[in-house]
Structure formats: structure tokens, C-alpha cells
Design a protein around this ligand. Structure first.
Ligand code: PA5
Length: 397
């Protein structure tokens, strides 16, 4: 179960009339959203695709030591964040997956090549456009490792491409070389692509994707909460709270904040508008950014993602440490709200794959609604193109 509290700690920041005004816009926002041609992520997945994903996931698990996922932004963050959340901190026993393609660090890639050279690995390269520089470079470098070991027939067994149905260099490569491939549908953008093979294939190796898909679409029931959350954030922004700090109290969940930052950052940050997303992990960051949040410039509000389970993993002084952690976070929320920091809470009774998949759908809805409240297109990212153009010009010289 997921519980939302967008009210308790934001009482004094805007009037009930302002809230009513934004809530009155709900019909209009939902109608704009429903008529968008980029909401393929609200469509149920066909059984054939699910079956093919599962089959390929088992193939990878049964035939290789590890999988290297190559992708960046919306083409990796969903499965990366999800996977990180459910791994053990130590002695993790899940199938190994390396997420590459997010850096041009030659040190990292050199070490990766050395790590992989004697391993039996499979590559899943994921790029909707098929032209993303970091992905292309990493793919070429790692494909060369495979080419040094295998002939073209054997190579085919080690490469899986997830890309657009028709366009782009990767699709051309699939057509030419006959590599196994999956499609990212036209009407789904990168950061909204969790419910596509881009994320479900890597996840299918270690998780029951039927549960993930079920949980994700369960998120449809959260539409009212998603709008209320979008409306609350928007009003806080109107009252000078320009930054949203996502806070978690579990290191593993912090990767989900990276997904959130991309979702909201690329969705809202346009035409000089939008809320800047950032994150903290508690209690660690109470001893760093906590000072700023409590006592610094009052430009931010905080959204706490909490798991309030009763598991008694370990005790301290005859008390359940989980309870102590919860008492600390409750206290932090009270302290920050008295410091003029509005706090919102999203609480799960259990950290499980269904709940997280539902939250993904919830946040995608909220981000899209927020885009319409800010009167920008939630589904493009023109700003990202500008650095790419600069790089193209500089590398051509
Ligand atoms: O959300 C987005 O659309 C972006 O973050 C893309 O996912 C990212 O730029 C990677 O693009 P591509 O999948 O075309 O390689």
C-alpha cells in the first residue's frame, strides 16, 4: 500500500482558494494529457512482447556470466534505479548486470574492457534514437571486445538491440546483421519508457516482470493523488519554492531519486520554467546539506519517500532499529517544516516491486500533469540538443 500526505506540513504556504483554483484546472490538464500523442506508456503491454522479454531474459541468464546494459538517460535509469533498490548491500546473489554508456571516462571504459575480456558476456544496447554519442562510443568499444573473440555468427548470440521500430543506425544494424532486437514504441519518450523492453528486458533477468507490469498499471488508480501532488508542487513553486529535494533514508532507494531527477528535470525545465529536482540521503546528509535545508535560503521544499515497514532486522538497546530510523525521519520532517521548508510525504508499507512500479506510473503522471500546469511540452527535451550540437561542432574540427 502507498499513502500520500501532501497536506500536513504545507498548510501555511498557500491559501485554500489557490488550491481550489488549481484543482479546478484538473479536467483541462487531463484532457490535454489524454490528447497527447506521447502517452503510449499508459497502454497495456501485449502478451507477445512480455513473453518474448521473458524468453530473452532466461536466455541471457542461462548462457552468460553477466549482462552489460549500454544506454543513458531514459534508456537506462528506470531499470538501473529499480534494480539497485532490490539488491543486497553485501553478498548480492542476483545475476550480474553492469550499466555502462553513461560516461566518456577513458579510465572507466579501460577498466571495464579489462574486466570483461575474459568473461562470457552479453550486450543489450538501448537507444531510441540510435544516435546518442555516449551509447554509440561505449557500444563500439565493447563490441570490439566481442569481435576479438568471436566470428560474426557467434557475435550475433551476444548482442541484443533495443531501439526504434524503423529509424536510426541501430535499427539499420539489426536489419543488416540480424541481431536480436526489441522496439521502443514511437509514442513513448525515453524517461517515460519504463514499461517497454528498454527496462523490462534487463529487469526480467532478476525479477518477476508480471508483478512489475501489474504494479505499474495499478498506478492508474493514483491519478487523483498524482494531480494533487503536481498541484501542490506548482503552488509551492508559485510561492518561491523553486527546488524540490527528494529525501530517502535508505541508500538503495537513492538511485530512484536519480530517476526522479531525470524525469522532472527533463520534463519541466524549459522556457525558463520548472522546479529544480535534487536529493538527499538521510541520515548521512543531515550532516551536510541538512544545515542548508534547515537554516539556509528558503527556496526549497522536500518530498520524503519512506518505507514504513515493521521489519525488525536488527536491534539497538533492545529497540527495533527500523523504528528508531522512523522516529529520526519523523523528527527531521518536523524540524525542517519549522524551518520554513514545506514537507510532502509518500509512504510505502513495504519496499516491493509492485509498489515501486506503481510509484513509477504515479510520478510519470505527476510530471506530465506538471508540464501542462507550467504550460510546457512535458515530452520533449530541446535543451539537451544544445550541448550535443556544440559537441558535434567541436569534434568535427
Ligand atoms: O528522456 C529522454 O528522452 C532522454 O533522456 C533519452 O532517454 C536519452 O537522451 C537517451 O536517448 P536515446 O534513447 O535516444 O539514446
Amino acid at each position: 500500500m502507498i499513502k500520500f500526505d501532501f497536506k500536513t506540513y504545507v498548510n501555511n504556504y498557500f491559501s485554500s482558494e489557490e488550491l481550489a483554483d488549481i484543482l479546478n484546472k484538473k479536467k483541462d490538464v487531463i484532457s490535454k494529457f489524454s490528447s497527447s500523442n506521447m502517452i503510449g506508456w499508459t497502454r497495456e503491454l501485449d502478451q507477445e512482447t512480455i513473453a518474448e522479454i521473458k524468453k530473452t531474459g532466461s536466455y541471457i541468464k542461462n548462457n552468460f556470466d553477466l549482462l552489460v546494459v549500454i544506454g543513458i538517460g531514459g534508456s537506462f535509469l528506470g531499470s538501473y534505479a529499480f534494480d539497485k533498490m532490490f539488491r543486497k548491500y553485501f553478498n548480492d546473489d542476483k545475476f550480474e548486470i553492469i550499466y555502462a554508456g553513461t560516461t566518456l571516462s577513458s579510465k572507466y571504459l579501460d577498466e571495464l574492457v579489462n574486466y570483461l575480456k575474459d568473461k562470457n558476456f552479453c550486450i543489450n544496447v538501448i537507444s531510441k534514437s540510435g544516435t546518442t554519442m555516449e551509447t554509440t562510443i561505449t557500444y563500439k568499444i565493447l563490441k570490439d571486445v566481442l569481435k576479438r573473440k568471436y566470428d560474426s555468427e557467434e557475435l550475433k548470440k551476444h548482442i541484443i538491440i533495443t531501439t526504434d521500430k524503423e529509424s536510426g543506425k541501430l535499427r539499420q544494424e539489426v536489419n543488416k546483421k540480424g541481431y536480436k532486437s526489441f522496439i521502443i514504441p514511437n509514442d513513448i519518450g525515453g524517461r517515460y519508457s519504463f514499461i517497454t523492453p528498454a527496462h523490462l528486458l534487463p529487469l526480467s533477468i532478476n525479477y518477476d516482470i508480471d508483478k512489475i507490469v501489474k504494479g505499474y498499471f495499478h498506478g492508474k488508480r493514483l491519478i487523483d493523488s498524482a494531480y494533487l501532488y503536481a498541484a501542490t508542487r506548482y503552488l509551492l513553486f508559485k510561492h518561491g519554492k523553486f527546488i524540490e529535494n527528494f529525501s530517502v533514508d535508505e541508500e538503495n532507494i537513492s538511485y530512484f531519486c536519480e530517476w526522479l531527477k531525470q524525469l522532472f528535470g527533463e520534463t519541466e525545465g524549459k522556457n525558463g520554467k520548472g522546479i529544480y529536482p535534487t536529493s538527499t540521503i538521510y541520515t548521512r546528509d543531515l550532516h551536510s546539506l541538512g544545515q542548508f535545508i534547515q537554516d539556509g535560503n528558503k527556496i526549497l521544499f522536500e518530498t520524503f519517500l519512506r518505507v514504513k515497514d515493521n521489519n525488525n532486522y536488527i536491534e539497538y538497546d533492545n529497540r527495533n532499529l527500523n523504528e528508531i530510523n522512523n522516529v529520526v525521519i519523523d523528527s527531521v520532517i518536523r524540524a525542517h517544516s519549522t524551518g520554513n521548508v514545506p514537507c510532502l510525504e509518500i509512504e510505502m508499507d513495504e519496499l516491493n516491486t509492485e509498489n515501486i512500479a506503481s510509484l513509477i506510473y504515479f510520478f510519470q503522471l505527476a510530471a506530465a500533469f506538471s508540464g501542462y500546469l507550467f504550460e510546457i511540452n512535458p515530452f520533449n527535451q530541446p535543451g539537451v540538443e544544445i550541448y550535443k550540437e556544440e559537441v558535434r561542432k567541436s569534434l568535427a574540427n
